[in-house]
Design a protein around this ligand. Sequence first.
Ligand code: ZN
Length: 253
Amino acid sequence: MARRARSQERSKAIERRLREQVAACTRLLNDLGILGYSGHVGARLPGRDAFLVQSFDQSRAAIRPDDLLICDFDGSALGGPAGVRPPSEVYLHAEILRVRHDVHAVAHFHHDPSIVFTLVDRIPLRPVKNHAARWASGIPVHPDPSHVSDPARGRAAARSLGPHHAMLIRAHGQVVTAETVPALLVDCVHFVENAEAMYRAASLGAVRPLTADEIARFLRGFDRDRHVAKPPGRCPVKRHGEDASRILRKQRG
Ligand SMILES: [Zn+2]
């Protein structure tokens, strides 16, 4: 009995920490202009077929840990504040988390300079900056621009993502996945930095993406855990931003 009580206490503590991380990550991504009013961050609850995610209506600028919903992999809300519902694209998180056991955090947002690469021929988004080495395996484009608002669309999006760590959705948005919420925040920042850099480079001339050798050399000297522990350099000095950044630095796991 005591063992069961300890286990429940541990699960509660983990959920509390994840709630703080998801709320902090959401506010920071909002402050950084990456997460628009309808983007969202999801985080797997360990040992459960369930995850935390924002509700449909909650402002991303003011979200608090207790505002988050718990949803299952069918997209249904298992718990959360009364009267709120999951985001319409909850199936994107659910179906990725269902099949990608290495993924514990998912962000979906609608960042215009990144979307541009799905609107033109012959200029795919590639790693052009060092930290984009994270996406050396490729950044697939999901061909269906529809909102991922039902399970079939969620499964199709998860298939397009495949084993990769990020994906563009044509004329719609982006998906970034990571092993933890703090890592997700860092990856989202680098993802849009890379897209913005390539966008500018393409306006000047032929783009020269990182070569496989350049990526390999960068990764040999790169300590991902240490990098994740740093706050984002462009973090605005705002009340929420400071609080959120501190939470994520203290809670790397
Ligand atoms: Zn969307």
